[in-house]
Design a protein around this ligand. Sequence first.
Ligand SMILES: [Zn+2]
Length: 103
Amino acid sequence: MKNSIILKSYEVLNDMILLKWDDETESFLHLKKMRENCPCANCAGEKDVFGNIYKGPKQVITENSYVLNGMQPIGYYALRPFWADGHHSGIYSFAILKDLSEG
Ligand SMILES: [Zn+2]
């Protein structure tokens, strides 16, 4: 197990988010990449015991799908983005954010 990573703060800059971690490092996450890797059951699917993945109906991606309306911190472990197309069921743990981000 990796040590848990704590997100200290974040800042939305145009089409990306600047993530500041508690080990004093920073990384960038593009909103487009974030949305494309939405971890919610509808986007990422849910696995049954046989390993089959079930996804919800494919979503219509528009320009608004990559526009952030807001962000809700979930406890001390995750962020939940509110996308301008109305999608907001993705809960991104800090570990996922760290994995997706660069820099
Ligand atoms: Zn989703």
